[in-house]
Design a binder for this molecule. Structure first.
Ligand code: GLU
Ligand code: MG
Length: 444
């Protein structure tokens, strides 16, 4: 028996079946947001797709710094990494560096049945729940900001920065197009050596798979071009943050968008407003999953255009949830919600799965509709909105205490998640913020 899989419609583009690369790498993204897995010779690819390759439960407890956190998993036990063929990405050979083929995997029990702690399964089941209960398909897109160390200084948003990043930039766009990721924008950002890459919206699991892979494709290409791409939320406590903004929209069974209702505040439908209520009500616990490292909370402060408080607003880039209107005659259909309190130290499957489940709670339990702050709201007016957690410790405690959000996780998954993140926090205890930023930048 194989685990249930989403059927991502837009990854089924024709791609060559066999690879000339000598090896195929199959991977999972773990709780510390690291891509880990194994390579097999390409001659074994068919067998790999059929029955996967071995994996170990205790791997789930590896921290971003490489140590294994105290966990419920000991030295015993076996799992399989079962690749999802739809996730296939080919990295072509480049000079002396051979190409490879990458697959993302579901983690299964040895007989191929789902493992309740698989992070990808966490999202797949959330998506299925929204489909079953609300009759909607979730469409998502992850916007990534990162810093490209090794490039000459250049002004924000400038043509100079865009050109300084060549040939990396063009090679990246080409690679992402070939991978079928549909890149939308490649832009020089505001912060020092900062860039942003956006992809077209896709079905939720596809979008999260692409977020997992994109980070790795960017880092890998940068290494090959003598640069270093860093997705850490802050490289310097007073610098500009690298955010991950998660855009969400929903379609009904007939493919019609269901977030727009021009008669309501912000043009957001009742479904969208109650979904937002779920995210806002559980904001503190959610940030433990979406902003997942000790320096994430230095970024989540006002005046950084990250997320300065727990509120829903039209267009405001300080909102935790921003209503992004579309443009042109089709504007209503493009309206989407943007969750801004995430960064790349979070596992994309867990982050999106937790947001979807929290939103579903808002709809299911009929949480009161939150204020939709208009674009014109002043800083003084917004001073009444609840703050985000100030530290990772506060967020992890909120997750543990929030019975709704902690209930989204299988008990062993929750225990291990808390253990991994607290072990990372302990590893940086006593260091000043600048040093903590440096240590996080080393691993993200
Ligand atoms: N760099 C900002 C962040 O940390 C986002 C700026 C923007 O693109 O709106 O989220
Ligand atoms: Mg940006």
């Amino acid at each position: 028996m194989t685990p249930s899989r989403s059927q991502p419609s837009d990854t089924l583009e024709p791609k060559p079946a066999m690879t000339e690369a000598p090896t195929v790498y199959v991977a999972t993204c773990d709780l510390a947001a690291q891509l880990r897995g194994r390579a097999v010779p390409s001659s074994r690819e068919e067998a790999l797709l059929r029955s996967g390759t071995g994996w170990v439960p205790a791997d789930l407890a590896i921290t971003g710094f490489g140590a294994i956190a105290d966990s419920v998993f000991g030295s015993a036990g076996d799992l399989r990494l079962l690749p999802d063929p739809a996730t296939r990405v080919d990295i072509p050979a480049d000079g002396d560096v051979p190409g490879t083929r990458l697959y993302l995997a579901d983690q299964t029990l040895p007989d191929g049945t789902p493992w309740e702690c698989c992070p990808r399964g966490f999202l797949t089941s959330a998506v299925e729940e929204l489909r079953a209960e609300l009759g909607i398909t979730v469409i998502a897109s992850f916007e990534h900001e990162f810093t490209l160390a090794g490039t000459a200084p250049s002004p924000p948003f400038s043509f100079e920065r865009y050109r300084t990043a060549e040939p990396f930039g063009s090679d990246l766009v080409t690679l992402l197009e070939q991978a079928g990721f549909h890149p939308e924008t490649w832009l020089p950002e505001y912060g020092e050596a900062q860039h942003e890459i956006t992809l077209s919206p896709a079905e939720a699991v596809v979008a999260a798979d692409r977020a997992v892979l994109l980070r790795e494709l960017v880092r890998d290409l940068a290494r090959r071009r003598g640069l270093r791409a860093c997705f850490a939320p802050l490289l310097d406590p007073v610098g500009t943050g690298n955010g991950v903004h998660i855009h969400l929209s929903f379609r009904d069974a007939d493919g019609r968008p269901v977030l727009h209702d021009p008669s309501r505040p912000g043009g957001l439908s009742e479904l969208g407003t109650r979904f937002s209520a779920g995210i806002l009500r559980h904001a503190a616990a959610l940030t433990a999953v979406t902003a997942a490292c000790p320096v994430s909370f230095l970024r989540l402060t006002p005046h950084r255009w990250s997320a300065g408080g727990v509120f829903l607003a039209e267009r405001n880039r300080e909102a935790m949830l921003r209503i992004c209107p579309g443009t042109g005659p089709d504007a209503g259909a493009q309206l989407n919600l943007e969750y801004r309190a995430a960064d790349a130290t979070a596992n994309p499957w867990l982050a999106l799965g937790a947001l979807l489940r929290a939103g579903l709670e808002g709809v299911r339990r009929g949480y009161p509709e939150p204020v939709v702050w208009p674009e014109s709201a002043t800083e003084a007016e917004l001073s009444v909105v609840p703050p985000l957690p100030k530290t990772q410790d506060e967020a992890l405690n909120a997750l543990e205490k929030d019975e709704v959000v902690s209930g989204f996780f299988a008990p062993d998954l929750l225990t291990t998640y808390l253990a991994v993140r607290r072990a990372e926090l302990d590893a940086l205890a006593g260091l000043d913020d600048a040093e903590r930023c440096r240590r996080i930048a080393d691993v993200h």
